[in-house]
Design a protein around this ligand. Sequence first.
Ligand code: UT7
Length: 326
Amino acid sequence: MSLIRSQLVGTGYSLPAKVLTNDDLSKIVETNDEWISTRTGIRSRHVASDGEYTSDFCVKAAQMAMQNAQMTAEEIDFIILATVTPDNTFPSCAAKISKILGLRSGVAAMDINAACSGFVYATQIADNMIRLGQIKNALVIGAETLSRITDWTDRNTCVLFGDGAGAAIYKAAECEGKNTDTGILATKIYADGSQYDKLCSDSGVSFNQKSGFIHMDGKEVFKVAVPSLVQGVEETLAIANVDINDVDWYIPHQANLRIIDSVAKKLELDESKVIVTVDHHGNTSAASIPLALAESIESGKVKKGDLVAFSSMGAGFTWGGMVIRI
Ligand code: UT7
C-alpha cells in the first residue's frame, strides 16, 4: 500500500568558533581534564561569544541544510525549532529565523521546549504534518546557547554543556509502505512530569522574571537516562518493523559517553555503529542529535540507504526515539 513518508533531503549545522577545553575549565572551577573525560567523555565544547545568539547558529545550520537539499527558502512550508534557549521570551525564535531566511508569509513557525528530546519531538510533529498532507517541506532545527544559562561557578554542571545548532529538511514523497522505504519509518515521544525538578532551570519568566541557571541531580538523571534511551530505540524499531541487527548507525543524545556505552551494550549494538560527538560538542541539549546527524552525513559516515536509530532523554523528564532510512 503506497503512503506518504518524510524523506530526509538535507542537513546542516553550525557551531560557535570559540572552543573551551577541559584545561580551560580547570582555570575557572576546581576540576581537571581527567575527571571530566573519564566521567563524561567530554574533552571540549563550543561556546557562543558575546553578540552571538541561538538564531545565528540556526540560520547558518538551516542555510547549509537548504543548500544540501537544493531547496530555496520559497519551498519551505513549515519551520519548527526545538530549544530551551530562544533569543527572546516571545515571539518564537522560529519566527525570527523565518524572517532572516526569507520564508514565505503564511508559513507556520513555532518553537517547542522538550529540552534534550526537543529534536525528536519536533521531528515527530513535522513528520505527522507531512504524512497528513498538511505540508510538503519541513525545516526542523535543534539549537541551544546553554552557556547563557550555565552557572560558571558550579563545577557539577558547567563542565557538561555546549552551544550549537543542527538542522534537517524533510520532504513528502510517495513510498511503497514497506520497512525497506527511505524516510522516517517511526517516531515516538514520551514524558514523565513527576521528575521535572531533577533537571531544570532554577528560574523562569512567570516564576521570577529571570532565565536562571541549570540545576541537575546528575545521578538520578543518569539512572533514568539509560532505560529511557533503550526504550526509545526498541519501541521505534518495533513500530518500524525492523530488527536491531539491520541498524547501520545509532545516534543517541550526547550527554555522557558512559550513558551511551551502557545503552549500546543493553541494545547489543557494536560500538562501531554508535555515533559519538559528545567528546567535542559536550551536551548541547536539543542540538545534540541534529548536530551529530549533520556531521556524520558531511563526513560520509552516514550514507544514503543507511538505517539510523535515534533516541534522546532529558529534562521533563522527556524522552523519545525515531528510526530513519536516509
Ligand atoms: O542531557 C540530559 C541528560 N543528562 C544526563 O544524562 C546527565 C546524567 N548524569 C551524568 O552524566 C553524571 O551524573 C555526571 C557526569 C553529571 C556526574 O557524574 P557522577 O559520576 O554521577 O559524579 P557525582 O555527581 O556523583 O560526583 C562525584 C564526585 C563528587 O565528589 P565527592 O562528593 O565524591 O567528594 C563531586 O563533588 O565528583 C565531584 N565532582 C567533580 N570533580 C571534579 C563533580 N563535578 C566535578 C568536576 N570536577 N567538574
